[in-house]
Design a protein around this ligand. Sequence first.
Ligand code: ZN
Ligand code: ZN
Length: 418
Amino acid sequence: MTTHQRDFSALVDPVKLDRLAEIAIKVGLQLQPGQDLVLTSSIAALPLTRKIVEHAYRAGAGLVTPIFTDDEITLARFRHGQDAGFDRAAGWLYEGMAKAYSEGAARLAVRGEDPSLLSGQDPARVARANKAVSIASKPAMEKITGFDINWTIVAYPELAWARQVFPNESDDVAVAKLADAIFAASRADGDDPIGAWKAHNAALRERTQWLNGHGFHALRFTGPGTDLTVGLADGHEWMGGASVARNGVTCNPNIPTEEVFTTPHARRVSGHVRSTKPLSYQGTLIDDISVRFEEGRIVEASASKGRDVLEKVLDTDEGARRLGEVALVPNSSPISRSGILFYNTLFDENASCHIALGQCYAKCFVDGANLTEEEITARGGNKSFIHIDWMIGSGEVDVDGIRKDGSTVPVMRKGEWA
Ligand code: ZN
Ligand code: ZN
């Protein structure tokens, strides 16, 4: 399917698009005067990306460097590329990105790709290509997961994505609807988007302060198909909304964001859990995930769709079977209330409580910026090439906080803050 015969950008409200670009620079990044910016985007998201670059320079950016991808070009590799090439990645590019971050550049990603782009391709090849990228991009990714720099992600309504979210609508209606949904979720639809983000960040801060005050030893999730106890890392800290990167800049790493999240203890997770929404992972849909944990490790896993890919993901490395994040999102979040399944983690993870397999965020520890890798591991932080969020919350899931003495405190009831 070709997605570029027509220009769909006319269906996207230019005022709201401009607001989203402003949010990306002023809230998402808080780009500093003179700061460089490394920006990745698909060609199809160009209308938003151009606006973002404009706002970046108006905010005093040093040098903005865009790096573009294209779904058709990605597919051409899988259709016609030689097999040996799937273990390779553009290491030189990621080395350059890591260097730019070391020298102070901020990072922005514009997302909007087809969630099922690679679902028709050989899962073994998809896994090999993803693993090669994970390995090659590790030095650059560590600057992101370690929160060394201010970074953010925003979304643009590309046609193939819109078609999947609204399969029963015409292309025009699907793109317009997805655009509206993105603007609403990103708080770009009101007259004072910067003020709206200030209020939202304050509300999220209240939640993290309550959770940090309790300092729970574990959380227990119960619901249909789920009875999961997630130990929390020693000295973990809950975060959410705006936070201060190690370079001193306060930024909102995801636009939108509704979650408060922390680091689970990689060796203290037990029980079983079922996913409540499909997961779109690098172009493949994985649905009805059901796993069982023993001493932090997934010992059984199944999925009704994408099982091959899930199994390959779990075999990426030792840390891929353990948790690196646990996040709480009320079922009444605006994204959840929209009832839209976005097939995109940036949105779907903000509709539901979720857990992530793989790498933990070093910043989710008290004084996290000053901990060594060994100290993070000793406190229960997980290490992996992957970080994959999947949704386990719904209006039927309860969450309890468990104190060290075994006593419990209701945290969520039927998906809402208790
Ligand atoms: Zn999350
Ligand atoms: Zn995550």
